[in-house]
Design a protein around this ligand. Structure first.
Ligand SMILES: [Zn+2]
Length: 359
């Protein structure tokens, strides 16, 4: 098989997920079609065809916590994400407003941004986001969603001075900010890792709960009913776990983290079972998406749900079709069924992103 970079069209044959039906598709520019395209070159013949992967929570362009957005690193991270087969990212809060080429450049993943995170005073890392008095939060939230063209990130709880964690916005402020973003036509991602913040976020009807440690289980039914997704970002907590065991870490923080992290697998499985949309996100540093898929499966999600969290479920949630007639052309081809063997996603035989053959 000779693959010519820049060739007009590709033909791919395999079992198409999530429908699980054998079929063949054609990629013609940044578009998928089931109608044969004359002269299309066969680049996949067998195995499984998976809708392009999505990292629903990552922060490309971040070198260190509190540092400004690094544009050279942003491009490097974008290239690394694409090389890892990730066709789309949602960036729930960035250290600076994302430049238009990030998302505009067809050689990089598709992007859903959220502007600068909106937080209470003392309610976020110094130097990052907009840390504001309560009365200015709703207008700032609407402004960030307009500036990003879609999302706003609200930090509704944060670390306390004594090493604990507590709500930093009242339920009224979270609700007012959520309403303001909706009126601006945007969606709200709420960072929460405390029961009070999680309760306020769910009561406000936010679109997504980010991290969600310590989220009370009784809220899951409401989340499922109103369509609030959960993005548990477990791989980033797994990296933090050994650091949090250090006796130098304040005892309150060790307890808060330890309880939240131990409870996370059960929470995420219960969320899935309650009908909550669970999505894969890697947070910081970006790019361990297949690790997150494996963690979701280990937490008890069925294989299809764990892979879907980083593929078709996330795409549909962002309004991005999977493998459908006329869909944007993001496809990963793997030799074995990723629902049973998620590791195959680490070694795709082919990757097509935005109609371009990446691999
Ligand atoms: Zn994050």
């Amino acid at each position: 098989m000779v693959v010519v970079e820049g060739s007009a069209a590709w033909r791919l044959r395999g079992v198409i997920l999530p429908d699980d039906e054998p079929g063949e598709i054609y990629v013609d520019g940044d578009r998928i079609t089931f109608t044969p395209v004359p002269g299309a070159e066969t680049v996949v013949d067998g195995g499984y065809l998976v809708p392009g992967l999505v990292d629903a929570h990552c922060h490309p362009g971040t070198a260190e916590i509190g540092e400004p957005l690094d544009l050279a690193l942003l491009r490097t991270h974008g290239e690394q994400l694409r090389a890892a087969g990730i066709s789309a990212v949602r960036v729930p809060g960035s250290a600076g407003r994302l430049p238009s080429w990030f998302g505009g450049d067809p050689e990089l993943p598709r992007v859903w941004g959220a502007g600068l995170a909106v937080a209470a005073e003392e309610g976020f890392f110094p130097g990052w986001g907009r840390r504001l008095p309560a009365d200015r939060i709703p207008a700032a939230a609407a402004e960030e969603s307009r500036a990003s063209g879609g999302w706003c990130k609200l930090i509704v709880d944060w670390m306390t001075e004594d090493g604990g964690y507590a709500a930093t916005m009242s339920p009224q402020v979270v609700a007012a900010a959520t309403r303001a973003v909706r009126e601006a036509g945007g969606r709200v991602a709420a960072h929460t890792q405390h029961a009070d913040g999680g309760t306020a976020a769910v009561a406000a009807g936010v679109d997504s709960v980010e991290h969600g440690m310590h989220l009370p289980v009784h809220l899951l039914e409401t989340m499922a009913a109103q369509g609030t997704a959960l993005v548990p970002t477990a791989v980033t907590f797994a990296q933090l776990a050994p650091v949090m065991d250090d006796p130098e870490v304040p005892v309150g923080m060790r307890r808060w983290f330890g309880e939240g992290w131990r409870g996370h697998p059960d929470l995420v499985r219960a969320a899935y079972e309650a009908g909550v949309t669970v999505l894969a996100g890697t947070d910081l540093p970006p790019g361990h998406l297949t690790g997150e898929i494996r963690w979701l499966a280990e937490a008890g999600l069925p294989g299809a749900a764990a892979v879907g969290a980083a593929s078709w479920t996330a795409r549909s949630w962002l309004g991005l079709p999977g493998i459908e007639e006329g869909a944007p052309a993001d496809v990963i081809a793997v030799d074995a069924d990723p629902r049973r063997h998620p590791n195959v996603l680490d070694h795709p035989s082919r990757v097509i992103i935005r109609g371009r053959l990446v691999r």
